[in-house]
Structures are given as structure tokens and as C-alpha cells.
Design a protein around this ligand. Sequence first.
Ligand SMILES: C[S@@+](CC[C@H](N)C(=O)[O-])C[C@H]1O[C@@H](n2cnc3c(N)ncnc32)[C@H](O)[C@@H]1O
Length: 305
Amino acid sequence: MPWKTIAAGTSTLASGDNSDPLNVLETFFWDSGAVSVTVVDAEDNPIFEPGPGETPVWEQVTVTGLFDDNVNVAEIEAALADTDFQFLYAETLGDKIWEREWLNRFEPMRFGRRLWVCPSNHQVEEDNAVVMKLDPGLAFGTGTHATTHLCLSWLDEHIKPNQSVMDFGCGSGILGIAALLLGAGKVAAIDNDQQAVNATVENAKRNDVASKILPELPRSAYNDTYDVIIANILAQPLIDLSGTLTDLMNPDAHIVLSGVMVGQKSWVKAAYEALGLVFYAETEMDGWVCLAATRSTARLGEEQS
Ligand SMILES: C[S@@+](CC[C@H](N)C(=O)[O-])C[C@H]1O[C@@H](n2cnc3c(N)ncnc32)[C@H](O)[C@@H]1O
């Protein structure tokens, strides 16, 4: 069944009488029969990392309602004309299996020398390839984002046989599963979103590593320590979690911190250096940086030789 999208623009700045234009416009779309309402930035003002409890919106937004194809567009346009909102466009959307649409554009990707992430409708024909089967799902983590990319490249280069790994903020489970496919012995995968825990279970089964990975919600305390801690979250949660994550490290463990913007690097490093960690590597992509540290760099040379 085809659908109709109708878009209107507004400013989110309060108009002086305490009304919230965005809320009014969203409610107008819902009341007009929309089955979904989407708000996007009308300009180019990215919001990267809201503070705890903050839900900022852009100053100028485009609000799109998804309607049954039979919706009376002229009526909605006329109703908008009587308001301060600006009617932008209406268009017909052919019915599709939207999850597959994403998948159709998702090609195998290589990270480092041998690690590949490959959707189920593709194959990787390359000697020595380590191939992870992964389809985009509801949880974050397909490898297309720079922060994940940098972590996968680190794993490709550094994971050693039988190491134990903590994947903190596992999303789809991509990092923990990659570590197992590259030779790690066991992985603990933590996420505060149940959807991510479920996705990790499914993706681990698809890659035949389910018996070596334990996906779960965060705990108040952890009993084990690990050879590698990898966390692709964001700068502020990484700082907040610095004590928890360093407590999870074995004496010679590596910790890999991603999801950090270049301008935030010094804050994150300072939080972990205060706990005795020494940073020995950083890689950068699209304005994001991935940091690697140990308790002491003295043994790094021995490991690498
Ligand atoms: C940017 S995604 C990374 C997913 C995946 N590890 C990757 O590299 O693509 C961050 C994940 O961390 C989870 N997360 C954020 N804050 C967290 C916290 N305090 N404790 C546990 N998980 C958290 C989110 O739910 C999300 O799945």
C-alpha cells in the first residue's frame, strides 16, 4: 500500500506566549491522522551530545507526517495556511519492506587487514578473511559509523588468541563478536538497552559464537576482569564510567575508548590518566577519535616484538 508524506516547517523558538510551536505542529499532524511524525533539522546544526536529562531540538525544523495514501492533502495544506507553520511538500511513498531497503545499500566492508562485516545477501571471497555476518537491526553497530570502524580496526590489529574481552555498550554486539571471530576466548557484552542485548544474542548465534559471549544489562558490580575492555559510547558516559571500566582491567589489559570527538579527547584522557592509565595510541576518522591505553606502556614493546 502506498503512503503519503506531508512536510511542514517551523521554528522551535518559543513565541513569547509560552506556546511550543513544535509540539503544536506535531499534535496537528497526529490529530490529522498521521501514523508517524518525524522531526529533522531544517538547517545543518548537528547536536552531538546532550547533557544528562537534556533533550535539545534544532531551532528550525521540518516536521513530516506519514499518512494513509487517501489523506486529503488540500485540507491539511489549507489548515496549515491559517497558522504560522509553513506547508513544504506532499509526496507519495511507494510501499516497500523498509528493513530490506537499508540492507540493499549495505555492502561488505573490510576493517584492518582481514576482518570483514558482511550482510547475509553477500559473500566475501578473499583468502584469510575473517567474516562477520551482520544485518542492520534496531541496535547501533554495523561498522558504517566511524566510531565503530576505528574499534574494529583496533581489534583486527591487536586481538590475541583466547583473550577475554568486555564489550561495554555492545549495541548489535559487533565488537564482541568481531573479537571472538578474531580469536578471543570469551566476551562479556553489556548494554543498558534491552534491544541491544537481544540483538547481540541473535547476531552471536548467526556467527556461531553464542556459547562464548554473555550479553546482559549493566550490573551494580562485576566479578571478573578482562584482557581487553572496549567501549564505544560517548565522551561523557566514558568519563562517568572511568572507575567501573578501569576496575574491569586485568593488570596488563588494554582499554579502547571510542565515541569521542576530537575536541573532547583531552577530557576523556584526563579522567583515565587520573586513574593511572597511559595512552599509547589514538586513531582518528571523520572528527572522531579512538583512544587506547594500558596501565603501563613498559610491556607494550615486549608484546609487539
Ligand atoms: C555508539 S553505540 C555502540 C555500539 C557498538 N558497540 C558499536 O561499536 O557499534 C553505544 C551503545 O552503548 C549503549 N550505552 C550507552 N550508555 C551506556 C551505559 N551507561 N551503560 C551501558 N550501555 C550504554 C547504548 O545503548 C548503545 O547501544
